[in-house]
Design a protein around this ligand. Structure first.
Ligand code: 5GP
Ligand code: ZN
Length: 114
């Protein structure tokens, strides 16, 4: 998709801070950090939202989440937990229409993130 921000990040047209990358997904820091280390995991294939995945793509993308989550957690001993969120549709607060999974590290139950 030529006018998709996340496709441009995947192909390097827009810079990002890469956390993890393989043939299926790219994980990079969210430009607006909910908490420090807030990461987005995106399929390299342009899919709009969860409703557009087939089983193979879902298995490939979601199977990457635990190891990326572990790597983020292991990068900072202050990280005690993590919220994993996937918004689908404007009514569910999706703002970028290239599917992505938010990995939001949690430090204390007082983090400035709800
Ligand atoms: P959504 O609201 O669709 O679930 O989340 C979209 C996320 O993409 C937001 O948290 C927003 O900060 C992030 N975002 C939007 N544009 C960019 C960008 O150009 N670079 C990065 N790294 N993140 C972005
Ligand atoms: Zn895209």
């Amino acid at each position: 998709m030529t006018d998709c921000i996340f496709c441009k990040i995947i192909n390097g047209e827009i810079p990002s801070y890469t956390v993890y990358e393989d043939d299926v997904v790219k994980a990079f820091l969210d430009i607006s950090q909910g908490t420090p280390g807030h990461t987005l995991v995106v399929p390299k294939k342009h899919v709009k939202d969860i409703f557009a995945y087939d089983e193979d793509l879902a298995a490939a993308v979601f199977s990457r989440i635990p190891k990326i989550a572990r790597a983020i957690k292991q990068s900072n001993p202050a990280i005690k937990g993590m919220n994993i969120i996937n918004n689908n549709g404007e009514v569910a607060y999706q703002s970028v229409f290239h599917s992505h999974i938010h990995l939001i590290p949690r430090y204390t139950d007082q983090d400035d993130f709800k």
